[in-house]
Write a protein that binds this ligand. Structure first.
Ligand SMILES: Nc1ncnc2c1ncn2[C@@H]1O[C@H](COP(=O)(O)OP(=O)(O)OP(=O)(O)O)[C@@H](O)[C@H]1O
Length: 362
């Protein structure tokens, strides 16, 4: 296993790039610590596969370096990087048994049969496929095939990193959660450095200890699932994570205070940086409470969606839509209500970036 460092990395598919827009990866400085469980999360086209291909060696970056334990591997081909990859679609040999499929990466490197047996039976047990070891892979269901594909990625003990590229795409929705939690459990047991690429926030947040969020060729935030939820560094992270995502309301900053439709909104703490002007208030729906009377922002309820565990209220104040997630009683469409924002969770954003700091005692 290794620490993987991406230093001053940029990549353009255009041989003569002129500006930032020509770069699929703009400027990436990122360290993946040895043994970490990482997710690389972002919408389609943000550069996830480009980044993965640069780590695996399928692509040579236009600028910058890839370091494995401080050794520069930027120019090394994939075969020399000692990486295991699990793709969207299972990569297994249908005519071989499950045992031989799992053994393949080890035999290919000339490991002794007793080592092969120990590793294969160990991985099979972790994946709960022991009873399938003698079965021909062609006879497996798609999710079991993908399990074996994952097993092939995990069977070698000497890889620098195991990379998963949207590995649950072909799995039935009701089996996805099972494989997701299995993968998390496997990480805890094998302690390999793992990078899991996905555009699905649930997959990223359940698997990873650290989530790297990308947008438009840049890393916008790296953090634990809780950090990304509680303190999005950028409104993009606020929108992208959560369901519904963070409310982002236009405001004016004047003398250190934030005003939405002329009404002052109490922020978590002081505004960072200087300058009055246009900004945005960010508050997650989980931290908006709704009452018929009381204090707060006057709003009108547009819709209430009952989604089982809780209700999502959509209200409008000063022409902006504001969501609230409520556990118990909820108002009905058309009701006049007061919205109260939990102050410690009310943040300011300027040009998309977090621009308030926690108050004392927060
Ligand atoms: N071979 C290529 N030639 C030219 N442009 C490319 C090539 N591959 C990707 N791109 C462009 O680079 C940008 C990043 O693409 P990339 O595939 O890395 O994103 P992604 O986040 O992995 O998306 P997806 O989840 O859809 O695979 C996109 O604008 C894409 O159109």
């Amino acid at each position: 296993m290794a620490q993987i460092k991406l230093s001053n990395l940029r990549h353009s598919y255009n041989p003569n790039p002129t500006g930032d827009d020509d770069y699929a990866l703009k400027k990436i400085d990122l360290t993946w610590e040895d043994g970490g469980a990482y997710a690389l999360l972002g919408p389609s086209g943000c550069g996830k596969s480009t980044l993965l291909n640069i780590i695996s060696g399928l692509l040579v970056p236009s600028d910058g370096q890839v370091l494995f334990d401080d050794q520069d591997v930027t120019a090394l081909p994939p075969a020399k990087r000692n990486i295991a990859q699990v793709f969207q679609f299972p990569v297994i040999y249908d005519t071989m048994t499950v045992y031989d499929n799992l053994a393949f990466p080890l035999r290919n490197r000339g490991r002794d049969e007793d080592i092969v047996k120990r590793r294969v039976t160990g991985i099979a047990e972790m994946l709960e496929v022991t009873e399938m070891l003698g079965t021909r892979a062609a006879n497996l269901s798609p999710d079991n095939k993908q399990k074996i594909s994952m097993g092939r990625g995990l069977v070698r003990e000497d890889v620098n990193v195991v990379m998963f590229d949207e590995p649950l795409t072909v799995i039935d929705p009701h089996l996805k959660w099972k494989l997701r939690s299995k993968l998390k459990e496997l990480h805890q047991r094998v302690k390999a450095t793992m990078i899991y690429v996905t555009h699905d926030q649930t997959e990223a947040l359940t698997f990873a200890d650290q989530v790297v969020v990308m947008q438009d060729g840049e890393v916008v935030q790296i953090g634990t699932p809780v950090e990304l939820f509680e303190r999005p560094a950028h409104t993009f992270v606020g929108h992208f994570i959560g369901s519904p995502g963070m409310n982002v309301l236009p405001c004016d900053v004047k003398d250190g205070g934030a005003f939405f439709g002329g009404e002052q909104i109490n922020l978590e703490g002081p505004v960072t940086g200087t300058g009055d002007g246009k900004a945005e208030v960010g508050i997650r729906p989980e931290f908006v409470s709704v009452s018929k009377e009381g204090t707060g922002l006057a709003a009108q309820v547009r819709k209430v969606a009952d989604i089982g565990r809780h209700k999502v209220v959509e209200a409008v104040a000063h022409d902006s839509r504001i969501h609230a997630i409520l556990e118990g009683e909820a108002p009905t469409a058309g009701d006049a209500v007061m919205l109260d924002f939990k102050q410690s969770q009310t943040r300011l954003y300027k040009d998309g970036w977090l621009a308030s700091s926690p108050g004392e005692g927060a």
